[in-house]
Design a protein around this ligand. Sequence first.
Ligand code: GLU
Length: 268
Amino acid sequence: MNRITNAKRIVCKVGTSTLTYENGKLNLRRLEELCKVLSDLQNSGREIVLVSSGAIAVGMGKLGMTRRPEEKEKRQALAAVGQCELMFMYDKLFEEYNNTVAQVLLTADNVYSGQSRENIENTFRELIGMGIIPVVNENDTVGTDELSGQHIGDNDTLSAIVATLAQADLLVIFTDIDALYDDNPKTNPNARRIPRVTEITDEIRALAGGAGTNRGTGGMATKVHAAEITMRENIPCCVIGGDTPAKLYDLLDGADMGTLFAAPGADE
Ligand code: GLU
């Protein structure tokens, strides 16, 4: 567990269902706790990078819409509205703890092409070096299949790419199911938590299924996909419950929680 307890640079990913209520309004209690915990960890000498979803849902909440629109361009417009609100809240809440945030919006085209990739790596290095907390999301205005040819599509995958680009020691994905289970814990009370995955096999992919909420895009499948990316780079990835952000302290103290995705020895 040393790689986890001693992790200096940590990418944390929070999803829409963690940040917002069903109606798309921000869950302020959770958001405040998240910003406080991350500020505290930053103050303790760790280097935090936050990957945050929620732009579309917050845009919906702000405009009083209750259903996620089918049309791509409507979702893009909502993301443009919601991203401002989201950054406004992060700026305000992190500022309360004397921490500065920076908005980083990425697309698949940027992260996969040589020069832009280098620019992104340089920006992360500079921001982190200045003690700033980068807050990352996909640039939903341009990040569509039609426009870019490639699409990251979900922020779990984005967080794994960011962990690689920022050369993180650890990726933590907060989620509404607190771990990977051997069956669906919502329907089977006897489903057992899988504490550790050392290799992504077809069986693990099958367990992850394809579920997600109608407010975000992730489910366990995208978490497993993210872990596949970080495992290739030898970066441990932990999936833990996002209901109580302070649980991150327990994880970093070495508690056995959630699901750790790391090749044998990769967490030592
Ligand atoms: N970029 C989208 C948003 O901020 C979220 C994508 C996802 O939920 O993974 O709304």
